[in-house]
Ligand binder design. Sequence first.
Ligand SMILES: [Zn+2]
Length: 528
Amino acid sequence: MTMFAQFFGATREVTGSFHVIHTDKSRILLDCGLFQGRRKEAEAKNRALPVDPTILSNCVLSHAHLDHSGRIPMLCKGGFVGQVFTTTTTADACAYLLKDSAKIQENDAAYLNYKIVRNFLGGVTEGGPKMSDAKSREVKALLKSSEARLNEDIIARFQEQHHLERINPLYSIEDVETCLPCFSGFAYRQPFAVAEDVTCTFYDAGHILGSAMVLITVKGSKGHKNILFSGDVGRFDRPIVCDPTLDFAEEHRDIELMIMESTYGDRLHDDGDGDLKTMLKQVLDETFARGGSVIIPAFAYGRTQELIYFLHELYMENAVRRVPIYIDSPLATRITQVFERHPENFDSDTRQEFLKNGVDPFAFEELHFVESVEESMAINREQKSHIVIAGSGMCEGGRVLHHLRHKIHDDKHTILIVGYMGKNTFGHLLQEKGAAYEKSGRQGQAPMVRFYNKEYPLQAHVVTLGGFSAHGDYEELLRLMRGSNLHVKKIALVHGEEEQIFPFQKRLQDLGYSVTVPRQGESVVIEE
Ligand SMILES: [Zn+2]
């Protein structure tokens, strides 16, 4: 009998979660996530799956975030015939998230193909066209029928004729539709079979709604062995979602190997000077007193619903002016509906405060879900104070940009940052420049920022509220180890950058644990 875990993604980094449990009889894939980050690097890592999908028995998915789920359509495309086991909420949400991911990839690929042809015609590419300037201008004009509309057929034909590089999306919306029937949803704490010799039980990870710690039990020659995959671990005392599980069923407490995340292995959350709701109220009061509006770039899954929840509370308490709130992201709207369909996963506070009184936390008079582009544009003509929550979360694209375009130059408005802004993103630039200007006492010229091919003065106030993170910090991760009834023999750390993962390894070793930090492709033996 040999049993081992092999690590192919989120090794010493935070994206591309992909681990395989090998037993004598089966191979279970844990997560099948996308690598995210700089386009070229991520693209190269995502292009090929690290194992042949046809050798996998089944897949178990910890939660819906794309860095855990985003390559599942490639599994099915590659001949995988198993099922994807996850929680009912995650299965429901993946239908929207994966289609959205396919759409973004299709759009990105179309734009890159356009650029390849345009550069070729413009003489930027080596071995450029053997045609007159006038002819090349004429062809260039054919590539786009308007500023926002590419003529994809013409671009593709031109690429073929001239043997130019062609970019294809990792998968299409049709590929997503083909793979969705593979998903099976289960409730927490209910064991189910995932292979002949393997059962699985989900425990709430408290990270996002539907997120799970995955408990795998293998029937080996020397009895049962438990493997616990933490997935992403959330925070304690957050709204809507439950706390990370500390109480495991008796037969699941002895863990042979724990595969554990370490995103905040060396950081503690700075929750600021007060609770989030109070700080949110302060930002709203100040902005409305100036006659301004608040733009909040936010992720569709989790952050948006947390904001709605706090705003709903503030409105019920009449603690702030009840201005209209626009959720301007079709994806966030769909995900909010997923929340409404799964109240069984809400924490006890949410049940107590809302459900018991027959109130839907995600529906109230001032809350509007914006669908069409026209409705979205109409918000910009609104003179009275309002709140817009829009994607993308890091301001790299999406509808939030056109709200910024209309409001960024006016100091009565506020851009409220409630999420992590990755390095090199436009959101990060706004956050940094805004903070520096604020620190200078808003002296002199406002900093300039460039987007939509134009320079804009960053006059709007930029305020960051910490404490909205969905990942537990190292104290919270250690609470899972010390405060739970688990007995863990060995730990493999994943899902953390090197500067987070090694200090966390040290912290766990100081508590007496045996801890390894596998590299890409490495294995950890569970039973010889
Ligand atoms: Zn996550």
